[in-house]
Design a protein around this ligand. Sequence first.
Ligand code: ZN
Length: 143
Amino acid sequence: MIHASQKICPHCGTLNKKEERYDDEVVALELLNSKAPFTCDVLKIIGEFSEKRKADGEPYKPLVVVHEIKRQLVFHVQRIWRVKRLDDKLYRRMLQMFHEKVDEWSRLTSGKKASGWLLTASREWLEAELIRVWKYQKEKEVV
Ligand SMILES: [Zn+2]
């Protein structure tokens, strides 16, 4: 039975207990990562969107999967890790996790590793989402 104070990520099924809440400014990243890891089944998302249609009946463009991965990652960090304040360290970690999944998507769909264009574009999409959700402001330039 899942207690009301516990939360399950609807995307990856990770369970987080109430006591594993992190409001601190310095996030215990490795602890969060080991107790409630972000998992994302890229192949499953590709399959889901290949069957879905937009409101106008048109199929989705392939890149919709990258945006869905981004959405699931942000949801997980916000609602399962319960991060209230995003710092540079967590930003870099999220970007790394996102790029790993974007690269996986690229290999699955084209057989090639993610292009420089895709890595740059997906980073910009993630940053826009982090600014929207956490009012995130990068302290230094991340390379
Ligand atoms: Zn999740």
